[in-house]
Design a protein. Sequence first.
Length: 234
Amino acid sequence: MSLSSPDIPTDPDPTPVALIRPIAVEGGRERPSRRRRPLRWVLLGVGLVFVLLAGYYLVSLYQVWSTGRSDQARPVDAIVVLGAAQYDGDPSPQLAARLDHVVELWPQGNAPLVVVTGGNQPGDRFTEAEASANYLAERGVPADAIVQEGAGHSTYESMRAVADLLGDRGLSSVLIVTDPYHALRSRLIAEDVGLTAYVSPTPTSVVTGGESFARHLQEAAGVAVGRLVGFDRI
């Protein structure tokens, strides 16, 4: 008589078990895998960075908006008008609105000089500074009180040239006239090149409605980035 062993199934279990990790159980509940925790921290970190950047941008946007609605007119060494388009010697409506504000400021005696800025485009007969100077002189600002800076093709270039012009005269404080959306960045750039700057935005800007909103958004981005990397790099 031979001893027989219990029947052992010869077919292997088709369920693959080699790659299945056991699930740890704590208190009758599955414990989440620890490998998921680093991903969670990465996502939290990315979210936090996004929130901080968004908050930084919104603060810059508010500052652009509030500065554009302030008037810091006071005694300074010079009023500086930032250039805009001109058409064969005639200021564009946007530039004319800035110049009209200077005409109103001049009789208040806040400054002995007005610096007009802005170069020209290829083919132009006049610079923005020339068109501005002629416009102001025709409206009562003495020609000998107007100084032209006609080389700059950006706000930074113009402000740096203004700083050099005034520095040669021993002057350093300015009242900047521009559109409301542009006021904060202009002032920050002026301070960046060594000027003591204040702003008096034109109250009759032709940039209104949706265009004004878009310009405010754009300027907020320029202010936010410029503060981080320098306004001469943007």
